[in-house]
Design a binder for this molecule. Structure first.
Ligand SMILES: Cc1cc2nc3c(=O)[nH]c(=O)nc-3n(C[C@H](O)[C@H](O)[C@H](O)COP(=O)(O)OP(=O)(O)OC[C@H]3O[C@@H](n4cnc5c(N)ncnc54)[C@H](O)[C@@H]3O)c2cc1C
Length: 335
């Protein structure tokens, strides 16, 4: 492979921004093309709760997601100063203790916590839960701030950006397609999984880390965004329409937040939104190499775009430097 390449990255969501940032930092000439004129206005990434939670996600995801996610936490932490690494707290009401036990059995690197420790970790939850799980190594970021930071860092590293433009090849050595669900015509096995989330603001509660409330029907998470704002998420629906949030989803999410703490009942609703997560049938992302390496399609991050974008960029970077395909992301079947 050439040592310095010209690269077109198509799509400025979390996947494309991490690709552009990583390859510009490696000294390549990068052009980032995004079809929406307003940055982040039509990507799924802007809606994410942006948890970087490899341990908790291992409850329902294969080990590759956990392992690459662990690698990504270090990459986030090294690159982005506003990465918050203060863990995740998982709780369940006493009647759902079996769910907590299962969650504990399916995951690693946690501490079983009792009421006193929960109160110490999150004073506003004092007296509300008898038992929980604490994952001290997990991280989170604020999605829109991280997206903005990656874009401006990329530009500072020399990435040229074209917003509101349809992608036209310009003789680049490599095109990296990061169009999310917008790439479906070229990747037939890609599907969309709808996710809805609510942004609220509470003057009464001060949670300092993501809190997951387990429930047999609708588990939720609440992720602090600073200034009393919290993302409550998320629905997970095998549908691709991007109509506004449904009443049922709003009731489920808000009802669960209220069950976590009734003071959420006094919070203001700032925004409700729905986005389409791009996913392969097994919900594991891929970097698909085509045209002898001239086109690389990086897609299918499902509910793990923030968790896995840095590891995906690192894997593609290895391939660009010496043709290496040692990451399992290149090998997964079924793409
Ligand atoms: C409610 C919700 C909560 C979530 N929470 C988390 C979380 O806590 N942690 C986590 O890791 N993940 C989370 N996710 C998942 C994460 O948001 C996705 O995995 C991620 O956004 C996918 O990123 P992407 O860059 O591949 O796609 P997108 O963010 O959709 O970006 C694709 C971009 O490509 C552009 N595009 C499309 N077609 C073209 C074209 N022809 N030319 C140019 N540009 C084009 C689009 O306009 C868009 O800007 C969540 C998702 C949702 C919906």
């Amino acid at each position: 492979m050439l040592s310095k390449l010209s690269i077109a990255v198509v799509g400025a969501g979390i996947t494309g921004l991490w690709q552009a940032f990583t390859h510009a930092r490696a000294g390549h000439r990068v052009r980032l093309v995004e079809r929406s004129s307003e940055p982040f206005s039509s990507c799924a990434s802007r809606l994410a709760a942006a948890m970087i939670a490899p341990e908790c996600e291992a409850e329902g995801a294969p080990p590759i997601v956990r392992d690459l996610g662990r690698e990504s936490i270090a990459l986030w932490h090294k690159a982005y100063p506003a990465t918050v690494v203060n863990g995740t707290l998982v709780v369940a009401p006493p009647r759902d203790g079996a769910d907590l036990t299962r969650f504990e059995q399916m995951t690693e690197r946690h501490e079983v916590v009792a009421a006193q420790r929960i109160a110490k970790l999150e004073p506003d939850l004092a007296g509300r839960f008898e038992r929980g799980l604490f994952y001290p190594d997990e991280a989170h970021v604020v999605a829109t701030e991280a997206l903005r930071w990656l874009l401006s860092e990329g530009r500072a590293l020399g990435v040229t950006t074209e917003f509101g433009q349809p992608y036209k090849p310009n003789g680049e050595d490599v095109t990296i397609d990061c169009r999310g669900i917008g790439a479906r015509q070229d990747i037939p096995s890609l599907r969309g999984v709808r996710g809805e989330r609510i942004l609220i603001q509470s003057r009464e509660l001060g949670l300092s880390r993501p809190v997951r409330l387990l429930h047999p029907r609708q588990s939720i998470y609440i992720v602090p965004q600073g200034d009393g704002r919290y993302v409550i998420g998320a629905s997970l629906l095998e549908r691709e329409d991007d109509i506004p949030m449904t009443v049922k989803s709003a009731l489920d999410l808000l009802g669960s937040a209220y069950a976590l703490h009734p003071a959420f009942g006094e919070a203001s609703i700032l925004d409700m939104g729905a986005g389409i997560r791009p996913a392969f049938p097994d919900n594991i992302p891929r970097a698909i190499i085509e045209d002898g390496g001239k086109t690389i399609r990086v897609n299918g991050t499902y509910r793990h775009g923030f968790l896995l974008a840095p590891a995906l960029a690192k894997a593609v970077s290895g391939f660009l430097s010496d043709g290496r395909r040692d990451s399992p992301l290149f090998d997964s079947p079924g793409a």
